[in-house]
Design a protein around this ligand. Structure first.
Ligand code: NAD
Length: 510
């Protein structure tokens, strides 16, 4: 595990930056917490202290919410064209600083640098995609009826809270913040406490791009204090949340008193189903990529592999060979495929499933152990001889860990695919068109890919069923969340209508 930074300049600039505490960004100013409290955050590669961040509480959130509230009328009134221009500028600056962002994300979260540059590029794409829709976001429907013209218009809901997790945090933050801003909402962002660095870069970039003071605010801190206060604040109209299912349920409870609109993007235990008629080479590549890239820490990772029994043994032999040769190492080494897990707590959680697999009678075919004594490195792991009722098949592990289960018939496969608390994504591998469609219709998953890994098309709906969440992002679905739809009904039955001989509804029917 050698450290080979892609370029040393971004690393040096990151180290310089982290000599000072990361501050909140409220109302256009970088400020410490009113209490002076801070928290340490650590580098997953060796758990050294990477830096210190201001630790926000209800008072800091209140300041940020008021700043977002004060900035809302002017931001809402700005033309869609002007909002579009500003968001394009944000995208340009993200691209210009992509190497710096990728380096910071890698160091802070342990994600391999090879994936982080494209995550930054995707973040810029998110801004441009939603910016292009800013002008038309308020458009509605025309619903004429006898004697009346009804039409709908949309308007932004107001200041919104965005609460994000530690997996690919920069890209995921833009997935929420970009549509909120394009819709005309103002934002208070509370990033995950284990990965505060790139949220700071994003706030800096948005400020540099010329977003007016208070339009985007950032408050660092813990979920139980800063996060909770955001969900309970009366000036915050809606909460866009990405994180664990049990946190999602807390957020619904916390937001109940202020009737908060909530959008929850939660966990997954996503099946990849390989039928014996599939292109097995492509299926193998995709299965490996979808669980062992990004450290297995993406919500749509394919953590359960259901393989038809007739091809199961040969497929698993080839899979085991591939998993055994995945390169684990320093996240900044361009050759690294799997980096360290973000935090000792997540590391312990993943390792606990090695014991669970043994206790429940599965086979650890590859991996199942930590690597070295420094940092949070685990060996990419493959569990075989598993059943769908085992903990390793039911619970979200969120690491480079895959559970394989054989199946005989389509009915078996569908039952097992659906028999988990989650319903986020599923992947089907078959060359039988009828089977693909029929199976896809039977799946309780928000997103299904056939003969493909996760390839995003930004206008399509993104989100899950069951414990995987409530609501959809993407294209117009995002605007449905960040905007209110109102109906205007115009009575066309004045005396002119009568003179013109136009139909008038009987008032008794109204
Ligand atoms: P988490 O739920 O622990 O934390 C997410 C965020 O919520 C953090 O910012 C945290 O500080 C905050 N938080 C915690 N408690 C809170 C509370 N009581 N009130 C308000 N905020 C609170 O999740 P995590 O461990 O950071 O992220 C990993 C999880 O995110 C996984 O389950 C993963 O599947 C999920 N995820 C889902 C999607 C999706 O699109 N469905 C995408 C990425 C990640």
């Amino acid at each position: 595990m050698t450290v080979t930074p892609p370029v040393s300049a971004p690393l040096e600039s990151l180290e310089r930056r982290l000599r000072s505490p990361l501050l909140h960004f409220i109302g256009g100013h970088w400020v410490p917490s009113h209490s002076g409290d801070t928290f340490d955050f650590h580098a997953p590669s060796d758990n050294r202290r990477l830096g210190v961040a201001a630790s926000g509480d209800a008072t800091d959130i209140d300041r940020a919410a008021r700043a977002a509230h004060d900035a809302f009328p002017a931001w809402r009134a700005l033309s869609g064209r002007k909002r579009r221009a500003l968001l394009y500028r944000v995208a340009d600056l993200i691209e210009a600083r992509a190497t710096e962002i990728a380096t910071a994300e890698s160091v802070d979260t342990g994600q391999a640098i090879r994936f982080m540059k494209s995550a930054a590029t995707r973040a810029a794409e998110n801004f441009r995609f939603f910016a292009d829709r800013a002008e038309a976001a308020q458009d509605g429907l025309s619903l004429p009826t006898e004697g009346f013209l009804n039409y709908t218009v949309r308007q932004p809901v107001g200041p919104v809270g965005v609460i994000t997790p530690w997996n690919t945090p920069f890209m995921l933050s833009t997935w929420k913040i970009a549509p909120a801003l394009a819709a005309g909402c103002t934002v208070v962002h509370k990033p995950a406490e284990w990965s505060p660095v790139t949220a700071t870069l994003l706030a800096e970039i948005m400020h540099e791009a010329g977003l007016p003071a208070g339009v985007v605010n950032l408050v660092h801190g813990f979920g139980e204090s800063a996060g909770r206060a955001l969900t309970e604040h009366p000036l915050i109209r809606a909460i866009a949340f990405i994180g664990e299912s049990r946190t999602g349920s807390l957020i619904q409870k916390q937001g109940a008193d202020t009737l908060k609109r909530v959008h929850l993007e939660l966990g997954g235990k996503n099946p990849v189903v390989v039928f014996d008629d599939a292109d097995l080479d492509r299926a193998l590549d995709a299965a490996v990529f979808m669980i062992y890239s990004l450290n297995g820490q993406r919500c749509t990772s394919s953590s359960r592999l259901l393989v038809q029994r007739s091809v199961h043994d040969a497929f698993v032999d080839r899979l085991a060979e591939r998993v055994a040769h995945i390169r684990v190492g320093d996240p900044l080494d361009p050759a690294t495929e799997v980096g360290p897990l973000i935090h000792p707590r997540q590391f312990e959680k993943v390792c606990s499933y090695f014991d669970a697999a043994r206790e429940d009678g599965a086979t650890i075919r590859v991996g199942g152990e930590r690597i070295g004594d420094t940092g949070n490195y685990v060996r990419p792991t493959l569990f075989t001889n598993a059943r769908n009722d085992m903990r390793i098949a039911q619970e979200e592990i969120f690491g480079p860990v895959l559970t394989v289960i054989p199946f005989d018939t389509d009915e078996d496969a569908l039952r097992m695919a659906n028999d988990v608390p989650y319903g986020l994504a599923a992947y089907l591998w078959t060359n039988d068109l009828t089977r693909a469609h029929t199976f896809a219709h039977g799946l309780d998953s928000g997103m299904i890919w056939v003969n493909s890994e996760n390839v995003r098309h930004l206008p399509t709906p993104f989100g899950g069923m069951k414990a995987s969440g409530i609501g959809r992002d993407g294209g117009d679905y995002s605007f449905d969340f960040y905007m209110e739809t109102k109906n205007v009904a115009i009575n066309l039955n004045g005396h002119r209508a009568q003179q013109l001989g136009l139909p008038r509804p009987d008032p008794k029917e109204q």
